[in-house]
Structures are given as structure tokens and as C-alpha cells.
Design a protein around this ligand. Structure first.
Ligand code: NI
Length: 408
């Protein structure tokens, strides 16, 4: 489909190079898996990535945020700037895989596959660096902290200029998918994840002894009414042809059975697809929560805790990724995954530049690699890693040679 891929000897050399780095890249992945770090605390992880990129001769820019980094691989020839982003953080999950390279950090685990993403990222950097003489433009490698913890690590990096100097023209990322068999990838044109608005609700009443409710403003009873009332946002206030969800995930308040609590704290998230609904939801939530509080004599604050735009993948970039995968794996399957009400802060980059986040199949039931994201026994089929960096490398190389003529 492209001059790059039709150059058979070069293509063969690339495939051989992809095989040659598989062992060290798998070792890197296992090392990262053993030492997972929570969001915004990825110091050791960042150092590991920095060393890997510096070995390739890349000038690494760190310190834009406490963790995370970016580095350019510059061909010195005019051309577009293609960015590749990996997330780097792990989760507060106690690993139960029984793997020989299981997490050595109690209560922390790479249960979302970000260790795989980093291995793919470094594998891609190594291959692109090896074939730099064949490339034009530049590739920017972005290692982003705190994907798992809203408001996410993407915005601070974007604010620090990670998409500028020179401007990034197109951006790529992938996410492992335990619902997709190893040997397949997933792409979806347009919206993949919806818009998210996270919020906290603070209900302030007046504490009193259980026997004297008339002297109290029962924050727990008010919170219960608010929780019920917020069910009406989606069911009664939003046109049912537009998908939306409001979920309240935590409630905290009270210390003893015989004390009416004076304060309750609720954490929630609202998600929607239609931009008009997305704009409307925070106001509806606030109006209902504050209104219920006012009626019952409590002060209610609704505190925004960050918002993500919908994650929108460019069909042209998806086409390039699918083309690269097909050239490498003619028998591999390309699936279209479903739209889900999930969130991913890669959406913040896609709000500025076109690109895609494609899915990398890692499922293989025979080795137990069929647990969902964030599960304590989350396992991937590691053969996916080579598929990931080979596809990413070819897609990036293809975009370097072909993107500007399409986009400009
Ligand atoms: Ni993830």
C-alpha cells in the first residue's frame, strides 16, 4: 500500500530487526512489571525509560512534570512530527497472578497493561532509531504519568508544551485489550470513549446525638436523598436517545451509631456522548444536589474534579495502522471494538491533534490471559508485545512519509 511497505528488502530487514529485539524487550517488560509505581510516583519507571532512550542517542526532556518525559528522534530531514505516547503508571491492586515476575511491590500492580505499553514504546524507539536513515521528519516519544488518576497526566504535559516545537502533526498510542485474542488488533473510527466529568459532593449539616434529630441537620439523610435524586438526571432530564450515565462511587460520613453525622462526602462521575448533554450534566447535578440540600437545611457543595473530552480516533490514521498491521500479519484479525462509557486521558491529545489509540489483542485463555483490566489476576500473552512494536513502528514510518500530503 505504500512505498515503504513495497520495498521488500527493507521490509524484510525490519522484520528481522523486530525479532532480534524481542528478548531484551520482554525482559524490560518483566522488570517494569516487578516494580510498578502508582500515579505521579513513577520515578523509578521514568528513570528506566530515560536510560533506554538515552542509549539510543535521544535527548530526553524530563522535569516538565515530576514524572514522565519526552524525547525526539530527529531524522534531520523535513517531514511531519509523529508522536507516540505511552502511559506508565500502575494500580493499587494486590497481584494474584502467581507469575515468576509478579509485582515485588505490595499492593501495587501493573493490572492495566501499562508495562506492556512501555515495552512496545521502547521497542518502537529501538526499531525507528535503527532505521533512522530511511525516515523523514521526527518522532516524539511521550511517556505520560498518571493515566489512572483523574484529572490525569496528559494535560500537565500538554500545558508544558509536549505537542509544540515543532508542532506534533499526528499522535499514536495503543492499549492492550484482554477481550481481543493475541494476534489481532482493534480499531474504531470516531468516538471510542465518551466525555467524562468527575465531581465530589460535600454535604454539610449539623451533628447531634441520635436521640435529638430535631437539633441536627442529618447530613447522611440528606446525602441519601441526593443519591436518589441524582438518578433522575439520566432517567428524567436527558433525551433518552443520548447515552449518559451518572455513577456515585463512594460515600463517607459518620463515626458512631448513636451520632447523627454533620458531614458526608460523595464521589461521582458523569459520562456522556453528545456535546450538548456533556455541557448540561454538571449544571443538572449541581441544581439537584444543592436544591435537595437547601430544602432540608444542609449546605451542599459540588466540586468539579476534572473532565476528559471524548476520545475520538481519526479514520485516516486508523487506516494507516490497519494497513501496517495487515502488511506485517496478513492472517491477523482486525476487529472493531464497541463504544464504551469508559475514560482515557489520551483523549486530551486527540483534542489538539489527529491520531488514534488502537487496541492490542493480548487474550489467550489457555494461559489465563482472559481477565478484564484492573483484575488482580490480569495476565497478557506476551507475544502481543512484538506485534505491538512492529505495528507501531511501521505505522509511524508510514505516517512520516505520507501524512502531510493527506493532511495539508
Ligand atoms: Ni490503562
Amino acid at each position: 500500500m505504500t512505498t515503504m511497505m513495497n520495498d521488500a528488502p527493507l521490509f524484510a530487514r525490519r522484520l528481522a530487526a523486530a525479532g532480534a529485539i524481542e528478548k531484551p524487550i520482554l525482559a524490560l517488560r518483566r522488570r517494569l512489571h516487578q516494580f510498578p509505581e502508582l500515579s505521579n510516583n513513577e520515578f523509578r519507571t521514568t528513570l528506566t525509560l530515560k536510560k533506554e532512550l538515552e542509549r539510543l542517542g535521544l535527548a530526553v526532556h524530563a522535569g516538565l512534570t515530576p514524572t514522565g518525559l519526552w524525547a525526539d528522534l530527529d531524522s534531520g530531514r523535513p517531514g511531519p512530527t509523529v508522536a507516540i505516547r505511552t502511559d506508565i503508571d500502575a494500580l493499587a491492586v494486590t497481584e494474584q497472578t502467581g507469575l515468576p515476575y509478579a509485582s515485588k511491590v505490595p499492593g501495587v500492580m501493573h493490572a492495566c497493561g501499562h508495562d506492556v505499553h512501555m515495552a512496545v514504546f521502547i521497542g518502537t524507539a529501538r526499531l525507528l532509531a535503527k532505521f533512522l536513515a530511511d525516515l523523514v521528519g521526527r518522532v516524539r516519544f511521550i511517556a505520560q504519568p498518571a493515566e489512572e488518576q483523574p484529572p490525569g497526566g496528559a494535560r500537565p504535559l500538554i500545558d508544558a508544551g509536549v505537542l509544540k516545537n515543532p508542532p506534533v502533526d499526528v499522535i499514536l498510542a495503543l492499549h492492550v485489550d484482554p477481550a481481543l485474542r493475541v494476534g489481532s488488533i482493534g480499531v474504531r473510527d470516531g468516538v471510542n470513549f465518551v466525555a467524562v466529568h468527575d465531581f465530589d459532593i460535600r454535604v454539610v449539616g449539623r451533628a447531634a446525638h441520635a436521640a435529638f434529630p430535631h437539633r441536627a441537620v442529618d447530613a447522611l439523610a440528606v446525602a441519601a436523598e441526593i443519591i436518589s435524586g441524582l438518578q433522575q438526571v439520566v432517567s428524567r432530564q436527558i433525551d433518552p436517545i443520548h447515552p449518559a450515565v451518572v455513577t456515585l462511587g463512594t460515600i463517607a460520613g459518620g463515626r458512631a451509631r448513636n451520632i447523627i453525622p454533620g458531614e458526608v462526602f460523595i464521589e461521582g462521575t458523569a459520562r456522556s456522548l453528545d456535546p450538548a448533554v456533556t455541557r448540561k450534566m454538571p449544571g443538572l447535578i449541581r441544581k439537584i444536589a444543592v436544591g435537595i440540600g437547601r430544602g432540608l437545611g444542609a449546605r451542599v457543595e459540588v466540586i468539579p474534579r476534572g473532565a476528559y473530552p471524548p476520545l475520538r480516533c481519526d479514520p485516516r490514521v486508523n487506516g494507516r495502522v490497519a494497513g501496517a498491521f495487515r502488511a506485517l500479519y496478513p492472517d491477523g484479525r482486525i476487529r472493531t471494538h464497541a463504544l464504551v462509557m469508559g475514560a482515557e486521558d489520551f483523549a486530551c491529545y486527540l483534542d489538539h491533534v489527529p491520531g488514534t489509540m488502537f487496541r492490542l489483542g493480548v487474550a489467550n485463555r489457555t494461559i489465563g490471559a482472559d481477565k478484564p483490566w484492573h483484575h488482580p489476576a490480569f495476565i497478557v500473552d506476551e507475544r502481543a508485545i512484538r506485534i505491538g512494536y512492529s505495528t507501531m513502528t511501521l505505522a509511524a514510518a508510514d505516517l512520516l512519509h505520507h501524512w502531510p500530503s493527506e493532511a495539508r
